[in-house]
Design a protein around this ligand. Structure first.
Ligand code: TYM
Length: 388
């Protein structure tokens, strides 16, 4: 690949590379920018503007205003998000999940979480199904470690729970032509059939609440913008099937520790996984791409560039909660008052402190994981349907 091709922006559900231009994505994907008005509207229910909104990490949406209008009229919504278990969870994945938890607490609403072991199997020639399924249960521990409660959080493991999803997946698949799917996802003659059918399965949790409870309410999906193509096709057919169009709120990508793109599990040296040991975290951060100058003397004199620095982005996204302290770090960086080594050391300490706690909670989650399985809800709803 030439340098130019490497830099070119590619954002699909399966690949993100190059310098991501978020304004261009809003235009090309046809989403709406998340305005100050909407941020304030959300704050009315949640009691303040969340860090991820203040810092514009969530930057775009579809129908968030519609969902809030309905909410004002007494129609609640459910939350839906998910994970494709291709390896361990990295800290970028936590970004939309932390926000989802915040919305769930504020609106006291149900979350459906889809673990797509089937997707990760069909999109990768080398993968073995039992491996992605096993990773799914491991990845679910990370979700639980963030503090979700089983009473309103329901994890769907696709392969195990496909009987629950299949009728809706068929209804969806029947209404989407191959030509639409090809135009949306770039499918080719060589794409396998499993992959081509797959988007119908990712659509299902947008609608499953009605099947399980009889209640027809919209779903709101917090996720990074790479997942948006799924919602485009799902929104097109939702009303034909008698559902609300699913709404979205999109976040930016936490970058990897290298140059450009997003944190990506397939580049393990530039990703921080939630299961990484402290020494490994230190090593990865030590090698991170920053906006620093070639020599200490130069940097002291001219300052560095926090806007291109990956280390600064980690403070911005997750590891500096205090806006004033973040602004001060930026100022000192630009003035040459702080060196990259100082920021890296600081970040390593914070990441390792966070991970030590997270890893403890993650281990504890093993004993309660079963309580989050959607099967328990489905079993009740099957009984109710059979009794009718
Ligand atoms: P997956 O496993 O690629 O990603 C899980 C979630 O993390 C988001 N994400 C990121 N957010 C910030 N910074 C990053 N570097 C970063 N990398 C990934 C993704 O947008 C996603 O929200 N097909 C999906 C699984 C899925 C799903 C869903 C995701 C099924 N249903 C509904 C979101 C909503 C997948 O492979 O996600």
């Amino acid at each position: 690949m030439t340098g130019e091709e490497k830099n070119e922006m590619v954002v699909t559900p399966w690949e993100v590379r190059g310098k991501v231009d978020y304004e261009r994505l809003i235009r090309e994907f046809g989403t709406e920018p998340l305005t100050e008005d909407l941020r304030q509207r959300l704050a009315k229910y949640t009691g303040g503007v969340h860090l991820q909104l203040r810092r514009e990490l969530f930057f775009s949406h579809r129908d968030l205003d519609v969902v809030l209008d309905l909410y004002d009229k007494g129609i609640k919504f459910v939350l839906y998000t998910g994970r494709g278990p291709s390896g361990p969870v990295h800290i970028g994945h936590l970004v939309p999940w932390i926000f989802t938890k915040y919305l769930q607490d504020a609106f006291d609403t149900r979350l459906y979480f889809q673990m797509t072991d089937d997707e990760k199997f069909v999109v990768d020639d080398e993968r073995i199904l039992s491996e992605t399924t096993k990773l799914g249960y491991e990845n679910a521990l990370d979700l639980v470690a963030l503090g979700f409660e089983p009473k309103n959080t329901f994890i769907i493991y696709d392969v195990e729970d496909i009987d629950m999803l299949y009728d809706i997946a068929l209804e969806v698949a029947k209404r989407i032509t191959f030509s639409t799917a090809r135009a949306t996802f770039g499918f080719q003659d060589s794409t396998n059939l499993g992959w081509i059918f797959w988007p119908a399965v990712q659509a299902v949790p947008c609608f499953i609440h009605k099947k399980l409870t009889g209640e027809n309410v919209p779903a709101l999906i917090p996720a990074a913008i790479d997942q948006d193509p799924y919602w485009r096709i799902t929104r097109d057919i939702a009303q034909k099937l008698g559902y609300y169009k699913p709404a979205q709120i999109h976040n930016r990508f936490l970058p990897g520790l290298g140059v450009g793109g997003k944190m990506n599990a397939s580049e393990p040296e530039t990703a921080i996984f939630t299961t990484d040991e402290p020494e490994l975290v230190k090593q990865k951060i030590w090698k991170a791409f920053t906006g620093g100058k070639g020599t200490v003397a130069e940097q002291r004199k001219e300052g560095a560039d926090p806007d291109i620095c990956t280390v600064f982005q980690y403070f911005l996204y997750l590891f500096e909660q205090d806006d004033k302290k973040l602004a001060e770090r930026k100022r000192r960086c630009k003035a040459g008052d702080v060196l990259c080594g100082d920021c890296k050391k600081d970040l390593s300490e914070r990441v390792n402190k966070f991970l030590a706690e997270h890893q403890k909670k993650r281990e504890k989650a093993r004993s309660v994981l079963e309580k989050f399985h959607i099967r328990r809800l489905y079993a009740t709803s099957i009984c109710q349907r059979r009794e009718k």
